[in-house]
Design a protein around this ligand. Structure first.
Ligand SMILES: Cc1cc2nc3c(=O)[nH]c(=O)nc-3n(C[C@H](O)[C@H](O)[C@H](O)COP(=O)(O)O)c2cc1C
Length: 202
């Protein structure tokens, strides 16, 4: 049975662009997979604790119960949707905490073949950024979201099935100095909706 693991991380319960675009993906995915299972986790509302010394020691002996729960939730899914605001050029710390729990040695891919237990899992990352980090823009080198997630999911054996959808310039709606970019922001959001609908139906 198709199984979507959907993770929200925005601190904004209302008005969040990453939540909006992620929800559009989930809705289109449910239409395309009637009867599919949809597991939802909100890391802003219910943040995970950091991996602590005891949890690291427990990795030698079967793992902390929280680690086992999170790894089981991840490996049960065939599609993972991460809805991710840009905070200080990178990921929300709540998502980093989730990644620290699930990136356990047994999930890493074989270094020779690049294949691991998660190979074949599809990962869709929807980001929302106040500015633009697109190739060719001055802030492109400041994007520490996509390169980081590509590196980590690549090490976990997910590279071909990893998709990024960026809704950019979200601050143009509220910041007077970005007013000139409102049309670009609207176009970026519309394109993000179009792409997630297409990805969810594929
Ligand atoms: C703590 C914090 C840090 C932020 N840092 C950045 C940043 O480094 N670059 C950027 O373009 N926007 C930054 N923003 C703006 C958010 O990326 C933007 O509002 C985005 O739409 C948030 O996602 P959301 O709409 O899903 O809440 C920041 C916002 C907050 C609250």
């Amino acid at each position: 049975m198709a199984h979507l693991l959907h993770i929200d991380t925005s601190l904004r319960a209302e008005g969040s662009v990453s939540r909006e675009v992620g929800a559009a993906f989930a809705e289109a995915w449910r239409s395309a997979h009637p009867g599919g299972e949809h597991t939802y986790r909100d890391l802003a509302a219910d943040p995970l604790p950091h991996v602590d010394p005891a949890a690291l020691v427990a990795r030698q002996s079967g793992g902390d119960p929280l680690e086992r729960e999170l790894v089981a939730e991840l490996t049960a899914a065939d599609t993972v949707l991460l809805a991710v605001p840009m905070y200080n050029f990178g990921l929300p710390s709540t998502l980093k905490a989730w990644l620290d729990w699930i990136a356990v040695p047994e999930l890493f891919a074989d270094q020779e073949t690049g294949v691991g237990p998660l190979t074949g899992t599809r990962v869709v990352v929807v980001t929302a950024r106040g500015g633009s980090y697109a190739p060719g823009t001055p802030r492109h080198p400041f994007d520490f979201q996509e390169p980081y997630l590509r590196a980590l999911f690549g090490a976990l054996g997910v590279d071909r099935d990893l998709e990024f959808v960026h809704a950019e310039l979200t601050s143009a709606a509220v910041a007077p100095h970005l007013e000139q970019f409102r049309d670009l922001a609207a176009a970026s959001l519309e394109e993000a909706h179009r792409v997630v609908r297409k990805l969810a139906a594929a």
